[in-house]
Design a protein around this ligand. Sequence first.
Ligand code: URA
Length: 248
Amino acid sequence: MQLQDMLFSQGFGIRRVCSGLVQQGWVELWNEEAQDWDKVQDSMLDVQPEGLRFRVQGQEWQYQALGYVMLHKPAGTECSQKPSAHPSIYTLLPAPLRQRPNKGAIQGLQAVGRLDQDTTGLLLLSDDGQFIHRMTSPKKHVAKVYRVTTKHALDEKQLQRLLAGVVLDDDPKPVKAAACEIVDSHVLDLTLTEGKYHQVKRMLAAVSNRVEGLHRWKIGELELPADLAPGEWRWLSAGDLLKLKPSK
Ligand code: URA
């Protein structure tokens, strides 16, 4: 693959811009043998993209044919490209991740499902359509664990109802929690394998309680890392991706 095509595929702009970045000396490639960075000037240089480490304007990147990242979503952000009242989560990603081309069009990484503006925690983004489908389809049973802070004290009866299934206003089919664990009198870990609109809030309302705080800390077997601060993102490792396999 030509260097300028590799940069284009990673979201560094149209090929002319990528070629300009190289010609201006802004691109370096990691030289494993020399254990050092090589400055390159030829934008048509043939590179082997798999496993490639490169720097653009001093910042290091790794080539990813398809991109998978996790973001610690802060409160007061919307999971939409066109937010209505709060900043978009996409502003937390560097430009290349927002500009990666997909099937010819600039689409960038997309959020895997949505969290409400006031919900915090683990959000995945990718440009792999099959991965997004697998993670969001209720049929695939990927568990999502929410730490829910409630207005009223929790009791066994509420838990039993959440586990047995509650009816949400617009939907005759009851929705169930896959697991429910009381952490504290007003704190609950609720596991869902689907993601209907405001599902946790509506489920808690259906058992006469109210959500005061909502934080997603686990998807599949992948936990939000303690050292990923709100607003920060990171690539998913191969090990992280293995932890995201469906449970059924
Ligand atoms: N359920 C909700 O009510 N809100 C979220 O953000 C996620 C799940």
